[in-house]
Design a protein around this ligand. Structure first.
Ligand code: DGY
Length: 324
């Protein structure tokens, strides 16, 4: 009998076909109350699972006693219980690399939109309120030749630094678990203590993975370290920031503005104060959301799942020790 695989997020047809050639598929386009029972029933026989944006915790994994491999169509894997996966020897494949430039592009878009007030000005114009040459009350601030402070200097951080330094002449400072000499050489970047980065940056960009030590790492005290003119960008995970502290900082002028792709709760509840703040540019977790990149991510996740289920070591493992 062919292995059974549960697909819990719609895949591009070509990727679904690659799986269907080898495995018996049960497919869902996202899991909700209407299909949850069918999803649980499918997990009971599943040897593989693939999808995105689902909390895969110990109770869920307990519903999949035959599971041998999982793949997530994302670089982040914070929604998975890695301890349980490791204890059961289940490899989790993810999709680093193929989304790096796409996410970096969105970071620049958020920086530019927040600094130049693109969204506010667009709303003003579309409301028919452009009746005379705009005055100072609508002016923005420059991005070029300002200081970019990166919290996290991984692949995406380096792609943002490249754009900022070579494209906008920005000075790049950063804090990371370790200095990154290649970034220092390529972008003149300087590795500094976190508080110094926060205090000196005109743009503070958080690009940290969500790990236990990073939860709410940017809290009220960290916002207080930033310049009052600082623009804060989060394209990592909502939970690395204390969202209530961020809302307070944006409301009382502790910082100037924010560009946000990620939130503590997603989808962001419509009553969130963030949606009422004019100095917030918010987009719904779309860092990697271009057709080409999402296709590439799906292909990479499918590659990983096929490799794992057919006994080959997948190239991108969330927890490499599982396939030592
Ligand atoms: C990722 O890949 O982790 C992104 O956040 C999903 O778009």
């Amino acid at each position: 009998m062919r292995p059974r695989v549960v697909v819990y997020k719609d895949l591009p047809p070509a990727q679904r076909a690659r799986l269907a050639e080898r495995f018996d598929l049960t497919c869902f386009d996202g899991i909700d109350d209407a299909n949850r029972a069918a999803f649980y029933a499918a997990l009971a026989d599943a040897e593989g699972m693939i999808g995105a944006s689902l909390k895969v915790d110990a109770p869920l994994l307990a519903r999949a006693p035959k599971l041998r491999a999982a793949a997530t169509i994302s670089v982040g894997f914070d929604t998975f219980d890695l301890d349980t996966l490791r204890a059961r020897g289940i490899p989790l494949c993810h999709t680093p690399g193929v989304l790096t430039d796409t996410v970096a592009d969105l970071v620049l878009a958020l920086m530019l939109a927040a600094a130049r007030r693109v969204v506010e000005l667009n709303a003003m114009m579309k409301a028919g309120r452009w009746t005379e040459s705009v005055g100072e009350e609508w002016f923005g601030v420059d991005v070029h030749h300002r200081t970019l402070g990166l919290v996290g200097m991984g692949r995406i951080g380096q792609a943002v630094a490249r754009r900022a330094h070579h494209g906008f002449g920005m000075d790049v400072i950063y804090h990371n678990t370790r200095p990154v000499p290649e970034a220092d050489a390529a972008f003149g970047a300087r590795h500094l203590p976190l508080d110094t980065v926060l205090a000196e940056a005109d743009f503070v960009v958080v690009l940290l993975p969500l790990r236990p030590g990073n939860v709410r790492i940017i809290d009220a005290a960290k916002f207080a370290r930033m310049k009052r003119s600082a623009i804060f960008i989060n394209a990592a995970r909502g939970k690395v920031v204390d969202e209530a502290a961020m809302i307070a900082a944006l409301s009382d002028g502790t910082i100037r503005a924010a560009g946000l792709d990620v939130f503590e709760t997603e989808p962001l509840p419509p009553e969130s104060p963030l949606l009422a703040l004019p100095n917030v540019v918010a987009v719904p977790h779309v860092g990697s959301a271009t057709a080409a990149t999402r296709d590439a991510m799906a292909a990479l996740a499918v590659d990983g799942l096929i490799d794992a289920l057919e006994g080959r070591r997948p190239t991108h493992l969330a927890d490499p020790e599982v396939w030592a």
